[in-house]
Design a protein around this ligand. Structure first.
Ligand code: ATP
Ligand code: MG
Length: 355
């Protein structure tokens, strides 16, 4: 029997409530799918930072380097600045393990009230593929003439051929399993070096995929289309900054932040990939059993798919859709009265029917 070794990092706040529920659903999927998990728990978090001055131990990456996957909840704590959790945990893992794809599904499910009126379930179904390792989020730059009227600040963006090509190929490979339509986010009318280069690489990679539909939009109008015409898209590929914006906007237009899933993927599988919901630690509801576990569970479905357990991945996604459509056992963010465990249990109970 196949056994997957997974690092579970619940993190802070509701991460501690949704990760254990996600693990239970993964266990149930494994039993039905004929494989198993070997979990190792890590207390890496802002809470750990407050006690020890570090989010994770110095050899943290080495401790999890050989895992098959990382199942992360959320990191963040009131009073601990965001850059601590970002640079102390998320970015070292994303960059250290070459997780150069950040993947987020945008799918309107029955039973979810979208802020967009008149949209049918199933009419919005696409993925945002964000470049996750380079681009606008480089730390190269600096400040000159500090405090003087001539003060100036510069920040460099880094776009490499390798970096562009590999994330674009990932988008095309994903589209191959779907509607074969890839949309590129650009801003080559305003950004005169990096974005024309991005467009150039998109055109070059497109030629490797004959028969695919491709298009590109400037980021400003693209955000408008996400709201007005979200049914246009299949796979949207974007640089780090533009992808960051689109991958928050996408899930927002299809409903609750509590159900949005995400993955940081190393497609070559030479290092583990990391699966984490879009939401944060939600300190306002932490410890009350109110957290919606669907984002965490859906991220787990993405983990199953990455591990090669497609049937199990699909069963978990279908079980989520099933429970939402029936409108039973929903948490308060979805208009129900159930708690975190009750919603996760309902998804587990729905699983066998979808295998
Ligand atoms: P962090 O600093 O960790 O990013 P945050 O407060 O900035 O936390 P979120 O944790 O994403 O951001 O919370 C935004 C809002 O959405 C909060 O009101 C929170 O309660 C709500 N929320 C987030 N996740 C969930 C969830 N899984 N279930 C229900 N409500 C949620
Ligand atoms: Mg936040």
């Amino acid at each position: 029997m196949k056994k997957y070794s997974v690092a579970a990092i619940p993190g802070d706040g509701i991460g501690n409530e949704v990760v254990p529920e996600g693990q239970k659903v993964m266990e149930a999927a494994a039993r039905l799918g004929g494989f198993s998990f070997d979990w190792t728990h890590y207390d890496w978090s802002c809470e750990r930072f407050a006690k020890t001055g570090a989010m994770m131990p110095e050899d943290g990456l080495d401790q999890i380097r050989n895992k098959d996957a990382i199942y992360l909840g959320a990191v963040g704590f009131p009073g601990v600045p965001d850059h601590v959790s970002l640079w102390g945990l998320l970015i070292p893992i994303r960059r250290g393990f070459h997780q150069y794809v950040n993947l987020r599904p945008v799918k309107l499910l029955k039973g979810i009230e979208s802020p967009l009126k008149g949209r049918e379930a199933g009419s919005i179904d696409f993925y945002v593929v964000r470049e996750n390792n380079e681009g606008e989020y480089s730390s190269i730059g600096g400040r000159l003439y500090d405090g003087s009227p001539d003060e100036l600040v510069m920040q460099q963006s880094i776009f490499t051929r390798r970096g562009c090509d590999r994330v674009m190929r990932y988008a095309f490979e994903l589209a191959k399993t779907r509607k074969k339509h890839v949309t590129s986010a650009t801003k080559s009318n305003g950004i005169s070096h990096t974005m024309p280069y991005w467009d150039e690489r998109f055109a070059a990679i497109s030629t490797e995929y004959p028969g695919f539909k491709t298009d590109q939009f400037h980021i400003d109008i693209l955000t408008a289309h996400f709201v007005r015409n979200p049914d246009w898209f299949d796979v949207v590929v974007a640089s780090n900054l533009f992808g960051d914006i689109l991958s928050d906007l996408g899930p927002a237009v299809v409903g609750s932040i509590g159900i949005a899933a995400g993955a940081n993927i190393n497609p070559e599988k030479d290092y583990p990939s990391m699966f984490e919901p879009v939401h944060g630690s939600a300190p306002d509801i932490a410890g009350k059993g109110l957290a919606d576990p669907i984002g965490q569970i859906w991220s787990g479905a993405m983990m199953l798919r990455h591990l090669g357990e497609e049937a199990a991945a699909r069963a978990v996604e279908d079980a989520i859709a099933d429970v939402l459509a029936r409108g039973e056992a929903l948490t308060p963010d979805l208009g129900g009265k159930a708690n975190t465990r009750e919603l996760a249990d309902a998804i587990t109970a729905a699983l066998p029917a979808h295998f």
